[in-house]
Design a protein around this ligand. Structure first.
Ligand SMILES: [Zn+2]
Length: 425
């Protein structure tokens, strides 16, 4: 590792700014959150102007393609991350008409390597840790996806090690990913928020680098790459509205950061409205938005939902999430678990996208958001699908419980007896 300071080695970064008090820090001064504001004082990574804007090239898309506004270059194993498919509007015309919007797009981040958008944050943090900081052990607390992503990213980066703190109730598929990728996993007999605090304490104790959302400013820099990609894929003609599911608030905060970074560089003439979707059983940010609370005023709320990825009592990235919605004249909306479950097959059948419950929540929110006037019918709307349905097969099966296929004897008669109930040509 170069002995020069970090700010000297990363001259395109001007510093870190607290989202609460606005204080600026150099990269060498602070590692995680604002020393004055404490954990609620998350930090923005700020860049110099005059960044070169790259255009999408045919057949080549990754999360690393705007290096002037990214904090790290990827080690060899991480170059493959990001670069997910953007669907629409032509293939989604029928679905858009059914819902009642002018154009519909889906950014399918379930197609990331470990199956969720969290790959972006983990890849960026590990790139920063390994390339810029010379750190090798990276720990995170996670409801599942960020942990699976960190495990997969570390498995792709020789010399790095993932340490995971996850609630013991995390879906089996996600736990399987962590273990298969060879992470050191601690399943905590408590909820996510408790696992989060334990991870922070363990990082202090053992000297590990903490990737946890809402603590590490570089997770936002990873998550923002989804916005950079959307802009490239749509040739900087962005949709009017982007709908994002929200738990800890870090993805919507990251999307917003990407949009703001592009706007500051003069790459965009306007920024889409951001609509944050929460589960009704875990609605701390909807409640704060409805009651005009600041991030610092927010208190614990209950967190019970089938959408494990967006279950959070007190969202860690609440300051960035509230800012994302307020600054873009967006909205927060809640959907019930029943609506989320119904959205899984409805989205899959209308678009070919199999989403996990948290990701399907964005689709569930479309009609209520239209009815509430949060989305206008003549707008171009993009759904961010953050994780694949294969992450949580149990919930997926629950969503189609009444349609579970029968087991039949191996005879054509048995097939006939089934086919007569079907409505196919
Ligand atoms: Zn501060």
């Amino acid at each position: 590792m170069d002995s020069a300071g970090l700010s000297e080695r990363l001259p395109h970064i001007t510093g870190l700014q607290c989202v609460i008090c606005g204080a600026m820090y150099s990269l060498d001064e602070v590692m995680y959150t604002c020393p004055t504001c404490g954990p609620v004082g998350t930090l923005d990574v700020l860049y110099r102007g005059g960044a070169h804007r790259h255009e999408a090239e045919a057949g080549l898309l990754t999360m690393w393609q705007q290096p002037d506004i990214l904090p790290a270059v990827p080690p060899a194993g991480l170059q493959k991350f990001g670069g997910t498919t953007l669907l629409g509007p032509e293939s989604l015309t029928k679905l858009a008409a059914e819902i009642g919007v002018a154009e519909l797009y889906i950014k399918h981040d379930g197609l990331n390597i470990t199956g969720s958008l969290k790959d972006r944050a983990s890849a960026m943090v590990v790139a920063h840790a390994v390339q810029n900081l010379g750190r090798q052990v990276i720990a995170t607390a996670s409801t599942g996806n960020a942990a699976a992503a960190l495990a997969g990213v570390c498995a792709s980066t020789p010399g790095s090690h993932a340490v995971i703190f996850a609630p013991a109730t995390a879906p089996e598929g996600k736990i399987a990913q962590m273990v298969v990728f060879g992470a050191n996993v601690i399943l905590v007999n408590a909820d996510y928020d408790t696992a989060f605090d334990l991870c922070g304490a363990a990082c202090d104790e053992f000297g590990w680098y903490n990737r946890s959302t809402g603590i590490n400013p570089f997770t936002s820099e990873g998550k923002k790459t989804v916005a950079l990609e959307i802009a490239m894929q749509l040739r900087y003609h962005l949709p009017d509205v982007i709908v994002v599911s929200v738990g800890d608030g870090s993805i919507i905060g990251g999307v917003h950061k990407g949009l703001v970074d592009m706007q500051r560089q003069g790459w965009l003439d306007k920024i889409p409205h951001l609509i944050g979707v929460q589960a009704a059983g875990s609605d701390a940010l909807v409640y704060a938005w409805e009651n005009q609370l600041s991030a610092a005023e927010m208190q614990d709320r209950p967190a019970n939902t089938i959408a494990d990825s967006i279950s959070s009592r007190l969202p860690r990235d609440r300051a960035k999430a509230l800012r994302a919605v307020r600054q873009t004249n967006g909205a927060f909306i809640r959907v019930t678990d029943e609506e989320i479950l119904a959205a899984i097959p409805a989205l899959a059948r209308g678009s070919g996208v199999f989403a996990e419950p948290a990701a399907a929540a964005t689709f569930a929110a479309l009609k209520p958001a239209l009815a509430a006037g949060m989305i206008h019918p003549h707008k171009r709307v993009l759904l961010l699908v953050t994780g694949t349905g294969l992450k949580d097969v149990r919930s997926a099966m629950q969503s189609v419980n009444s349609e579970k296929p029968p087991v039949v004897e191996p005879s054509l008669d048995a097939v006939h007896s089934q086919v007569k109930h079907w409505q196919i040509a």
